[in-house]
Write a protein that binds this ligand. Structure first.
Ligand SMILES: [Zn+2]
Length: 126
């Protein structure tokens, strides 16, 4: 079932109040500033955050800049993407799958490192 069509109205410095469709995944524009330009409007979904011991390590969430005049893949584009921090890029689905695979491989390397530490501690009789 398709979501009902929502719209929002936002003030902009260059175009006055504008009304645009609001995607169902967008978390809203509570932080929108009236001195922002229309091209700066950014739809953002909730972030998926990886936190370790209270510290954020990585986050990712859907983004779309519907009025940007740039079309720079992974940086500023009207295409729907996933903003990944601290990678600092907006990635397409294929790239996020690649990132997830690299994270899986990195987790294996972390386990190998922990195994190495455990072995060294065993040699020292710790
Ligand atoms: Zn939005």
């Amino acid at each position: 079932m398709q979501d009902p069509i929502r719209s929002i109205t936002l003030p902009t410095a260059d175009r006055g109040e504008i009304t645009l469709p609001e995607p169902s995944w967008c978390r809203g524009h509570a932080d929108h500033r009236p001195d922002a330009l229309r091209a700066d409007i950014l739809h953002r979904g909730p972030n998926v955050v990886f936190v370790f011991r209270g510290e954020p390590v990585m986050s990712a969430g859907l983004v779309q800049a519907p009025f940007t005049t740039n079309d720079i893949p992974e940086l500023d584009s009207p295409a729907l993407g996933i903003a990944v921090t601290p990678v600092g890029r907006n990635l397409d689905a294929r790239s996020v799958y690649e990132l997830a695979a690299d994270l899986d491989a990195y987790a294996d390397r972390l386990r190998d490192l922990a195994d190495h530490l455990t072995a060294l501690e065993g040699e020292r009789g710790a």
